[in-house]
Ligand binder design. Structure first.
Ligand code: PLP
Length: 398
């Protein structure tokens, strides 16, 4: 078998089905293909102000404040923590996969003490255990609760509103920190409605841009916590950003091309309508799950109410290797899938289905997944998954 060194050697369109970066639409690509301009010109605020305002619509917040950093989701984690916390502060983090562990580790590296609620990978964040831990903290030493809305490593979506209810039921003042990197603009997210205090996303997932923006939205309660927060911050300081943004500027050179792309991405999302975007992701995900069932396989998510509409983690049979499926898909079929991360390495592979995507693209990817699984020694009857998904997609009123 010829082994291509890079995508440049593979003919035809590449099928990008990793859970980030996602496909960048032609419209967004064209919008970014523009000369640079002066980010200190008197015209620039006319571009920045509506951009920041419209972003609030994606988070579904009226009172929250949005911060756009030249960073990624990982930078967003850091920004949310260093602006609101002091070294030694205690946090409560739910750990149910690779990314929730990363969020907690970011806190530890900034000198925060993290109490971890460990659950099986494949399970969602447990509101009852969060409530129990907060009730036990009568002195209110715990300053924040860290939850990943959509754990990309396992394809599990947690009920953020239920976590908020748990915090309130315990009568606890902890701030609610939510990683929505792989859910925002793909899966319903309600900043105000769910009482979120800090939420983090990146540009390369649901927003359908290249990586390079770390976006954070902060509630009034979170902003008031910045006054006493003593963690060291410089680049990620909310205060510097807020002061510059108030005039329609940035405290440093913004990632202009990405901002041009973001403008187009928001226009596209609003043209389709956010609720239609969520419905499309749900429908596409249902097709992928129908395929998994038709193959006789299971998702890593252990309960139907936890399955993610933006990424599906498929558990491979004992004795077979998910990493091999990923490598064969890439080399033979020009299809990129996600591998298992951390403790689920080899045990599963992941199909990302978020962003600029439609039914036929998903069916093409599922055909590639079937062939790659067959080639990797997983017994699968070719066409069964594709057929099951197509049955689900066909006949939808247009
Ligand atoms: C991708 C991802 C991240 C990491 O974001 P980067 O942009 O790669 O830094 C964090 N959390 C979740 C849930 C993710 O899916």
């Amino acid at each position: 078998m010829a082994l291509p060194d890079s995508l440049a050697h593979l003919p035809g369109r590449h099928f990008l089905f990793v859970p980030g970066p996602t496909n960048v639409s032609d419209r967004v690509l064209r919008a970014m293909d523009r000369p640079m301009e002066d980010h200190r010109s008197s015209a620039f605020p006319g571009f920045v102000r509506p951009l920041l305002e419209d972003l609030k619509g994606v988070f579904r917040t009226a009172g929250g404040q949005v911060f756009v950093f030249a960073a990624t989701g990982t930078g967003g984690w850091e920004a949310s923590l260093v602006n609101t916390r002091s070294p030694g502060d205690r946090l409560l983090a739910v750990r149910n996969g690779h990314f929730s562990e990363g969020f907690a580790e970011s806190a530890r590296r900034h000198g925060l003490a993290v109490d971890v609620i460990d659950v099986e990978w494949g399970e969602a964040a447990p509101p009852d255990r969060v409530e129990e831990a907060l009730r036990a903290d009568a002195a209110h030493e715990i300053k924040g609760v860290l939850v990943v809305h959509n754990e990309t490593a396992t394809g599990v979506t947690s009920d953020v509103a239920a976590i908020r209810r748990a915090i309130d039921a315990a009568g606890h003042p902890a701030l609610l920190y939510v990683d929505a990197v792989s859910s925002l603009a793909s899966i319903p997210f309600e900043f105000d409605g769910w009482g979120v205090d800090l939420v983090i996303t990146g540009s390369q997932k649901g927003l359908g841009l290249p990586a390079g923006l770390g976006i954070v939205c902060a509630s009034e309660k979170a902003l008031s916590a910045t006054a006493d927060a003593r963690c060291t911050r410089s680049f990620f300081d909310f205060g510097d950003m807020a002061r510059a943004n108030a005039g329609g500027y940035f405290p440093y050179t913004p990632a202009l091309s990405l901002l041009f792309g973001l403008r187009e991405s928001l226009d596209i999302l609003f043209e389709e309508g956010l609720d239609n975007v969520f419905a499309r992701h749900h429908r596409l995900a249902e097709g992928v799950r129908a395929a998994v069932a038709a193959w006789g396989l299971t998702t890593c998510a252990r309960r139907p109410e936890w399955v993610s509409d933006s990424v599906t983690a498929v558990v491979v049979p004992e004795g077979t290797d998910g990493a091999e499926v990923v490598d064969i898909a890439f080399r033979r079929y020009n299809l990129s899938l996600g591998g298992g991360l951390g403790r689920v390495a080899g045990k599963l592979f992941r199909i990302g289905h978020m962003g600029d995507l439609n039914e036929l693209m998903v069916l093409g990817a599922l055909a590639g997944v079937e062939m790659a699984m067959r080639d990797a020694g997983i017994p699968v009857s070719l066409g069964t998954g594709v057929g099951a998904a197509a049955e689900l997609y066909a006949g939808r009123p247009s």
